[in-house]
Each structure stands twice: as structure tokens, then as C-alpha cells.
Write a protein that binds this ligand. Structure first.
Ligand SMILES: Nc1nc2c(c(=O)[nH]1)N[C@H]1C(S)=C(S)[C@@H](COP(=O)(O)OP(=O)(O)OC[C@H]3O[C@@H](n4cnc5c(=O)[nH]c(N)nc54)[C@H](O)[C@@H]3O)O[C@H]1N2
Ligand SMILES: Nc1nc2c(c(=O)[nH]1)N[C@H]1C(S)=C(S)[C@@H](COP(=O)(O)OP(=O)(O)OC[C@H]3O[C@@H](n4cnc5c(=O)[nH]c(N)nc54)[C@H](O)[C@@H]3O)O[C@H]1N2
Ligand code: SF4
Ligand SMILES: [Mo]
Length: 643
């Protein structure tokens, strides 16, 4: 049996793999999953050689077909393209699915040597609002709770988070905990599978969570339940602003009844230990950061934080979204949780033995492409054309980029339609490295097979590019472990990451949770202002579009999932519009339109349409609206249905 880690979601399950029998089981003694596993996790061996890119592919013009070329020629062409332009016109678009080692090398090459800070990741579309929320309130990008705390708490609140389909092993544990008395509240416009296992489902109007949460805060203060257990900067001012909150008005705007609100307040008041989790329903919003603050505030205000079984537990989606935050994969951090200050830049320059690094943050994911000024775009382990909002706009911008290179293991990504070069990356099973799950557990992912064809691990490709650009000396790593050793040394510069305490030898035996001894002395409590920026439904666009996940699919479905080409509408809307399950409909927004099969669904509320984000055309409908602080897209628009 080989031990490894699941390459799908942020839960971060340990795997026991029997290669002779070709089966994957949950690792029994693993700190996170204790033997549990979901169907995606158990079936990942079958994707290792399906539909693989096995050789470098190249074309001079995106209207031509790709031709196979050798590595040497590919890297020479790519290097020449980098040399022909300036750092400001170069962008690296990375992914929360890269391993730490791949991410670290990409960041070092781009920021340290190519000297561009335009290094961002698909995590911008995913949890950037949570990063900003934590940094503003507790001062650090640090998740101060674990999954086990949620399981052991008395009340688990899930806001905009459908763990029954997205964090399945966590949801299995929560289901079990419910049997011994754990209460569950789900706040989601849809009656999701998670809502179906809850004690209270609040079908909130999408985008209004800040209003609801501020109303809760005010009521808790009225009930004298404000008992902070840490020094709160700005507390006086916060309480003053809370006084102006009109509970009735907020509830009305959020579509929550007085009675439901009362039930929620009762559950909060009667629970000793409370954990709150949130995911895309909160983060992907023009008020994403505000709602993150509003959630964390409830815990700060009532002293339900920084102690076991309590606190705000943001759930990251991708397997190494956290690792990406930590190495510095966001354009807004330098490396190892260091922000861009001249002092920090100097420290990092010294560590990497380089000079003249960029002094400022770079372009974030959407901006990188929307601003349309790049000459060179590299994407690794992600498909921006599939996943960025306002696809018609993104397509028009991609067409103007002189050179796009994609690192992918599989054929047929949407971005590959606009790429000039595709470089073959070795996927899960053929690569080695580490990844960090949603509650700071560093796990080891084991190589199981030889690499196929001419594929290389992502970091090896970045290293080749580094050498071509003249940085052989700084990119001489012989193994993933070599890179990890340099990375862990670098974490000594970090304000909080103590990954330097572990090693490959130890990680192969058991995972390591970083930041165990971090002590918080104070936090900031900031009143979150709600801004009414989202598109509301109107007579012309009478349906609210929501997008999200299904249990057996993974994103663009190059791996798990199959043809998710349908949308959900409510029974009542189907009746009014004379739509039957299986009918083709046209869905149109102000930004684009698509054709899709309709399915009637009980979980979808009236005047809503739910399209699985796995449907590749989904982002023809979405808009360019971003949260102003985190630059995370909103992905929610008003649409019309045309029969
Ligand atoms: N099976 C599967 N699991 C996955 C993934 C996958 O592709 N497939 N992807 C992973 C990734 S990268 C991520 S980020 C996570 C995402 O995990 P989740 O965020 O749990 O997944 P979504 O389906 O996007 O769910 C978002 C929920 O928010 C609700 N929602 C929408 N708008 C609002 C709002 O304004 N307020 C509130 N309160 N709720 C709202 C939606 O109805 C939906 O149920 O899943 C991870 N796990
Ligand atoms: N409308 C809407 N849009 C969304 C969302 C939503 O909820 N609604 N969610 C957003 C979120 S949270 C996320 S995380 C994104 C996800 O969006 P993406 O990151 O674009 O989705 P994936 O399909 O996971 O893309 C991963 C790519 O990496 C490739 N790959 C697999 N293994 C390897 C490897 O080892 N190396 C390399 N180099 N490549 C590999 C896969 O073939 C695939 O093309 O979508 C975002 N977009
Ligand atoms: S819950 Fe997530 S990490 Fe665990 S097996 Fe399923 S997909 Fe993998
Ligand atoms: Mo995500």
C-alpha cells in the first residue's frame, strides 16, 4: 500500500493506494479523514492516462493545428518570447491545484528573476475574499479553526457552502456528529443537499448576507451576548455603527422572516461552542470581503474564537489553495505571507540571491487579462477561459495576447483554443510534492508511476524556462524534496508559517499542521458596509443566476464528471413557462447567452436558475463585477429565459 493525498478538494484526505488491485481507500490513521473517502477521491487512478498531452505542442497562429515539437525547441521559442517583451507585459496564471513545489518555483522565477509581480492564481476567483477578510480582522491570513473543531462544536453554521457536494468527507463527519446532538444551520438561497441535513435552513436572498449578519450582530448585542475574549481594536466605533442597523429593514432586504431570525438567534444564544464555515456563496460576491468580516465579527464579538471548538472556518476549495497563499502565489503577496514592503522585498531578494525585484503588487487574475496589455501569458494547471467571468470579453482579450503557453496534463481545455503552445505536465500519480488542506495540514503526495510520454512535473518545466532565461544557477533543483527544503527554509522569514519544522522524511510518515502555537493578542473589529452593487432581477431579466458544484464533477471535467450540460429551474417557473425536464432553453444575460437543457428541481427557488459551474459555457453569462478589495468575481447576474 502506498500512502498519498487526494488531488481534488481542500478537505485533504489521506489515501491508501493498492496499485496491484488498482484501488484507493481512505487512509485509516489520517488526521483529517480517518479512513473516509468520497467517490471522486476513490476513482482518481482512472484519469492518469486518459486524454493526456504527452509531447510539447506548438503553432504560430491560433487558427492553425498544433504540431508536436521537441522540448528543446519549445523552450527556446518560449524563452525568446519572454526576452522580446518587458516584465510588466508578462503574466503567470497559476492554480490552487499546483503542489507547493511547483508553485514555489513559479513564484520564484516570475517575481525573483523575470521580475514581474503579475503572478496570480485561479484562487483569486475562489478564496481571495477570505484572505482579505482574515488579514483585515485578525491581522494575518490564518485559519484559526479546524474541521475537527466543527465536528466537536454544538452549532455549525454554513453560509453559502454546500459541503454535501463540495467537501464530502467533512459533510460525512458532520452528519455523524448530528446524531450526537450537533445543530446545523444552512444559509443558502437553494435547498441544497447540505440544507436538507440542517436543523434550520435560511433561504436568503443572494448577495445580502452582510445585511443579515449585521442584523444578527445587533441582536446579540441587545441580548448582552457581546463578550469578547481578546482585545478588539475599533470596538467602540463598531458598536456605535451597529446602533444604526435597522434589523427589520435588513431582514426584509435579505428575505428572511422575523420568525426564522428568532430561531437563528435562539440557536446562537443556546450554544456554547460555535463554528461558522463559508465558501463560494460568500466569497464570490461584490460584498465578499464585507460578508467575510461580518462572519468573523460575530465570533470576535461573542468571544467564540481562538479557543477549541469555536471560530470562523473558511473552507478552501482546491487541494492546495492554502499552499498557494503560503508560498506567495497571489499577486498581492510577495512570498511566505510577506506583503510588499521595501523591507520584505529586501529580505526576499537576499534569500533568493537576486536584486531589483518588483516593489509593488501585480495584476490580479481577471485584471491581468481584462486590461489587455500582456504580450506573454503562461497558464499552469488551470483553465482561465473556462473559469473567468464575462467570457465574451475574455475571449476578445486573449486573442490580442502575442503568446499564450499552457501547462496542462490533459487535452481540450478552453484556454488551449487560444494557446500557441501546450507543454505536457505530469498529473497526480506521476508527480511528487506537498499540498496544504483547508485547516493548515501539510500533506505529502506520492509518485505512483513513471511519467508518461515526454511529460514533466510542473516545477521541472518552470526550471527549464529559468535555465533558458539564464538563471541556471538559481534553478538547479534535482527533486521535489530539494525544492521543499529551500521553501521550508524560506518560511523562517514568515510572520506565522513554521513549515521549517517539518521535512519530507516526516511528512511521508504523517502530516504536519503548521502554526499550532500561534497566539493572537488582539484583533480588529470593523463594521462591514453593505454596498448595493449586484445586479438585481428586473422585468427584462427576471431570473437570478446562481452557479455551483455537483458532487461527482470536478470543474471543467477534464478529470471527474461528464457532460454537465443542463440547468435547474423551479417547478413553478417551469409550469409558468411551459418547460418540461429535458427541453432546450436559451438563457441570456446582459453579457452573453447560451443554450442548455432544462431540468426541474425542487432545491431551486422560484425566480432562480442554477447552472452547474462544470458546464463549460457558463461564464458567457457572467459579468465583470469584482469585490473592490479582493478582486474576486461575483459570478451572479440577472438573466432571462427564452424558450
Ligand atoms: N464535487 C466537487 N467538489 C468541489 C469542487 C468541484 O468542482 N466539485 N470544487 C472545489 C472548489 S475549487 C471550491 S471553491 C469549493 C466550493 O464549494 P461551495 O462553495 O460549497 O460550492 P458551490 O456549489 O459553489 O456552492 C456555493 C453555494 O452558495 C450558494 N449561494 C450562492 N449565492 C449565495 C449568496 O449570496 N449567499 C449565500 N448564503 N449563499 C449563496 C449556492 O446556492 C451554492 O449552494 O468546492 C470544492 N469542492
Ligand atoms: N461561473 C462560475 N465560475 C467559476 C466558479 C463558479 O463557482 N462559478 N468557481 C471558480 C473557482 S472557485 C475555481 S477554483 C475555478 C476553477 O477553474 P479551473 O482551475 O479553470 O478548473 P479546472 O478544470 O480544475 O482546471 C484545471 C486544469 O489543470 C489541468 N491539470 C490537471 N492536472 C494537472 C497537472 O498536474 N499539471 C498541470 N499543469 N495541469 C493539470 C486540467 O486538465 C485542467 O485543464 O473556477 C472559477 N470559476
Ligand atoms: S472529500 Fe475531497 S479530499 Fe476527500 S476524498 Fe473527496 S475529493 Fe478527495
Ligand atoms: Mo475554488
Amino acid at each position: 500500500m502506498d500512502n498519498s493525498t487526494c488531488a481534488y478538494c481542500g478537505v485533504g484526505c489521506g489515501l491508501s493506494i493498492d496499485l496491484k488491485k488498482n484501488i484507493i481507500l481512505g487512509q485509516k490513521n489520517h488526521i483529517t479523514n480517518s479512513g473516509l473517502i468520497c467517490s471522486k477521491g476513490a476513482s482518481q487512478l482512472k484519469y492518469i492516462d486518459k486524454n493526456r498531452v504527452l509531447k510539447p505542442l506548438y503553432r504560430t497562429n491560433i487558427d492553425d493545428d498544433f504540431e508536436e515539437i521537441n522540448w528543446q525547441r519549445a523552450i527556446k521559442i518560449l524563452g525568446d518570447k519572454v526576452k522580446q517583451t518587458t516584465p510588466a507585459k508578462i503574466g503567470f496564471y497559476l492554480s490552487g491545484q499546483l503542489l507547493n513545489e511547483d508553485y514555489y518555483i513559479a513564484n520564484k522565477l516570475a517575481k525573483g528573476f523575470i521580475k514581474t509581480s503579475n503572478v496570480d492564481t485561479n484562487s483569486r476567483t475562489c478564496m481571495a475574499s477570505a484572505v482579505v477578510g482574515y488579514k483585515k480582522s485578525i491581522g494575518l491570513d490564518y485559519v484559526p479553526v479546524t474541521q475537527q473543531d466543527a465536528v466537536d462544536s454544538d452549532l455549525y453554521i454554513l453560509i453559502g457552502s454546500n459541503i454535501a457536494e463540495s467537501h464530502i468527507v467533512l459533510s460525512q463527519k458532520i452528519k455523524k456528529a448530528k446524531k450526537r446532538g450537533l445543530k446545523i444551520v444552512v444559509i443558502d438561497p437553494r435547498a441544497t443537499k447540505t440544507a436538507q441535513m440542517s436543523d434550520l435552513h435560511i433561504s436568503i436572498k443572494s448577495g445580502t448576507d452582510t445585511l443579515f449578519l449585521n442584523a444578527v450582530a445587533k441582536r446579540l448585542v441587545e441580548l448582552k451576548l457581546n463578550k469578547p475574549n481578546i482585545k478588539l481594536n475599533g470596538y467602540h466605533n463598531y458598536l456605535k455603527q451597529l446602533k444604526n442597523v435597522d434589523i427589520q429593514k435588513n431582514l426584509k432586504e435579505a428575505g428572511v422572516s422575523e420568525n426564522t431570525f428568532k430561531k437563528f438567534i435562539e440557536l446562537w444564544s443556546n450554544s456554547v461552542n460555535i463554528v461558522t464555515s463559508w465558501t463560494m456563496g460568500i466569497n464570490q460576491s461584490a460584498n465578499g470581503v464585507a460578508s467575510n468580516l461580518a462572519i468573523i465579527n460575530l465570533h470576535l464579538l461573542t468571544g467564540k474564537i481562538f479557543k477549541p471548538k469555536n471560530g470562523p472556518l473558511s473552507l478552501t476549495g482546491q487541494p492546495n489553495a492554502m499552499g498557494g497563499r503560503e508560498v506567495g502565489g497571489l499577486a498581492t503577496t510577495l512570498a511566505v505571507h510577506l506583503d510588499y514592503t521595501s523591507d520584505n522585498v529586501r529580505k526576499v531578494e537576499q534569500f533568493w540571491q537576486t536584486s531589483n525585484m518588483p516593489q509593488q503588487t501585480g495584476l490580479t487574475a481577471f485584471e491581468m487579462i481584462e486590461q489587455g496589455e500582456l504580450d506573454f501569458l503562461l497558464t499552469a494547471h488551470t483553465d482561465p477561459l473556462f473559469h473567468l467571468p464575462n467570457r465574451n470579453l475574455i475571449e476578445s482579450k486573449l486573442k490580442n495576447i502575442d503568446f499564450i503557453v499552457e501547462l496542462n496534463s490533459y487535452h481540450n481545455s478552453e484556454t488551449s483554443k487560444f494557446a500557441h503552445m501546450i507543454l505536457p505536465a505530469s498529473p497526480f500519480g506521476e508527480k511528487e510534492g506537498t499540498q496544504v488542506n483547508l485547516d493548515r495540514v501539510v500533506n505529502y503526495q506520492a509518485p505512483l508511476y513513471e511519467k508518461s510520454g515526454e511529460s514533466l512535473q510542473d516545477w521541472e518545466i518552470f526550471q527549464k524556462i529559468g535555465a533558458e532565461l539564464g538563471f541556471q544557477e538559481q534553478f538547479q533543483f534535482n527533486s521535489s524534496e530539494d525544492i521543499f527544503n529551500e521553501y521550508k527554509e524560506m518560511t523562517k522569514l514568515s510572520p506565522d508559517i513554521d513549515i521549517y519544522k517539518t521535512s519530507y522524511t516526516q511528512l511521508k510518515k504523517e502530516p504536519f499542521r503548521w502554526g499550532q502555537n500561534h497566539q493572537f493578542q488582539e484583533a480588529n473589529i470593523i463594521f462591514p458596509e453593505f454596498k448595493c452593487l449586484s445586479e438585481d432581477i428586473s422585468p427584462e431579466y427576471p431570473f437570478q443566476l446562481l452557479t455551483g458544484r455537483l458532487a461527482n464533477s470536478w470543474h471543467s471535467e477534464t478529470k471527474a464528471g461528464n457532460n454537465t450540460d443542463y440547468c435547474y429551474i423551479s417547478e413553478i417557473d417551469a409550469k409558468n413557462l411551459h418547460i418540461k425536464s429535458g427541453d432546450m432553453i436559451r438563457v441570456k444575460s446582459r453579457y452573453g447567452d447560451i443554450e442548455i437543457k432544462a431540468e426541474i428541481d425542487k432545491a431551486t427557488p422560484e425566480k432562480h436558475i442554477f447552472i452547474p459551474m462544470h458546464f463549460r459555457g457558463v461564464n458567457y453569462l457572467t459579468s465583470s463585477l469584482l469585490d473592490q478589495f479582493s478582486k474576486e468575481p461575483e459570478y451572479k447576474v440577472a438573466v432571462q429565459i427564452i424558450i
